[in-house]
Design a protein around this ligand. Structure first.
Ligand SMILES: Cc1ncc(COP(=O)(O)O)c(C=O)c1O
Length: 396
């Protein structure tokens, strides 16, 4: 039984919306579908402005431009993240300061953030790993005292919340991703969430190649001109039309992914009970949005052998984040604070399991059985667990 690691969900409405765009003959950005997507995001997040971008990377680059990050400024972030979190700021000449993550959530550790702050610190970038919220109130408190901006890297965190508040609404800015591996997909796309209203006008200029073309198209001015720094951060209507089909089914996609996540979590509990693996931890104020399900093996060797074992059975599974602090690119402009031992350890032991809307219970069973087989774990424990998962607990 082949189990693909990632299998983007197609709702069936994508082609219809794309055909609509073709008939309209307006293919460039900021048309009907961009507006639908942006309004959906503004309502879902209750934020003053959401702007679609060609990628989550582009949204992070816009955030660095909006904050006027200058050469020599420092930006604190986890090393356990995707390269774009760092590159967006390095491109502006900033020095990236890598700090360690918490052992439980694998999110940036607020205590380490505090230690890393200097008079050059301009921003902190919390990454909500696997869609589980960072300690946003503690981070906000630390940053408020020193006037430091928060840019949430919410690439994984679409439709996730922290203390009932949507992730992406805690920082002055946040970046979302709709890459094909994310919960809502458009091939490549992203969004910049702007929570600080003072940044909206400039964000529109930066996104439109440094011009005030957005105001021109709204009929607010009679010609548009070069105004500021900027680039081409506007996705086409074709991308937006695809994404709109996903947003129309967002609740279904979220709940399908969450239930696959929970199914793994219940079925793998016996392996954790005997100490063979560690499952994800989602502390109370946070929630899981079904974005990533991972296991931590005991050591790198076990993780690598398990990954190979699963690959032999055509089960797609991958490691996640080779830490940025000891990657070759880190030599461009970065430093670390602390030994980042949790980051290095987690990265060597983490294995992501297949997760998608169309993943079936049979496939999940096959993955779990294969993991048990690898560990030579008695499957009878699993049977008990499956019965517990599927039969409602009777109250006595
Ligand atoms: C934490 C994080 N930030 C940023 C990005 C970049 O998003 P995109 O691929 O949409 O550019 C990713 C992509 O996987 C990511 O995982």
């Amino acid at each position: 039984m082949r189990v693909p690691f990632n299998y983007p969900y197609i709702t069936g409405k994508e082609v219809e919306h794309i055909k609509d765009v073709l008939h309209s003959r307006q293919l460039c950005g900021d048309g009907k579908y961009s507006r639908l997507c942006q309004t959906w995001l503004e309502e879902a997040l209750q934020c003053p402005r959401a702007l679609l971008t060609p990628s989550g990377t582009a949204a992070l680059e816009m955030a660095a431009l909006l904050l006027d990050i200058q050469p020599g400024d420092e930006v604190i972030m986890p090393s356990f993240t995707f390269v774009s979190t760092a590159n967006a700021f390095v491109l502006r000449g900033a020095n990236v300061v890598f700090v360690d993550i918490r052992e439980d959530t694998l999110n940036i550790d607020p205590l380490e953030v505090k230690k890393a702050i200097t008079e050059k610190t301009r921003a902190v970038v919390p990454v909500h790993y696997a869609g589980v919220g960072c300690d946003m109130f503690e981070i906000a408190e630390i940053c408020r005292n020193d006037g430091i901006a928060i840019v949430e890297d919410a690439a994984h965190a679409v439709m996730s919340k922290y203390r009932e508040r949507p992730l992406g609404t805690f920082g002055s800015l946040a970046a979302l991703s709709f890459h094909e591996t994310k919960n809502l997909v458009a091939g490549e796309a992203g969004a910049l969430i702007i929570n600080d209203e003072r940044m909206i006008a400039r964000a529109e200029i930066i996104r439109e190649k440094g011009t005030d073309r957005s105001r021109f198209f709204r009929g607010q001015i009679d010609k548009y001109r070069w105004q500021d720094l900027g680039s081409s951060y506007l996705p086409s209507e074709l991308q937006a039309a695809f994404l709109w089909a996903q947003m129309e089914r967002a609740e279904f996609i979220l709940s399908a992914r969450q239930s696959r996540w929970l199914e793994y979590h219940h079925k793998l509990a016996p392996l954790e009970e005997v100490g063979l693996v560690r499952r994800p931890i989602v502390p109370e104020p946070a929630m899981q949005n079904g974005h990533i399900y991972y296991l931590l093996a005991e050591c790198r060797d076990t993780r690598d052998r398990l990954m190979e074992f699963l690959h032999e059975r055509e089960i797609g599974c991958v490691f996640h984040y080779i830490p940025l602090h000891d990657a070759p690119g880190a030599e461009i402009r970065s430093r670390q604070v602390g030994d980042l031992s949790v980051t290095s350890d987690v990265s060597s032991r983490l294995l992501r399991l297949p997760l998608s809307v169309e993943l079936t219970s049979e496939q999940i069973d096959f993955v779990v059985r294969s993991i048990c087989e690898f560990f030579e774990f008695d499957e009878n424990h699993l049977k008990d667990q499956n019965e517990r998962f599927f039969s409602p607990v009777k109250s006595s």
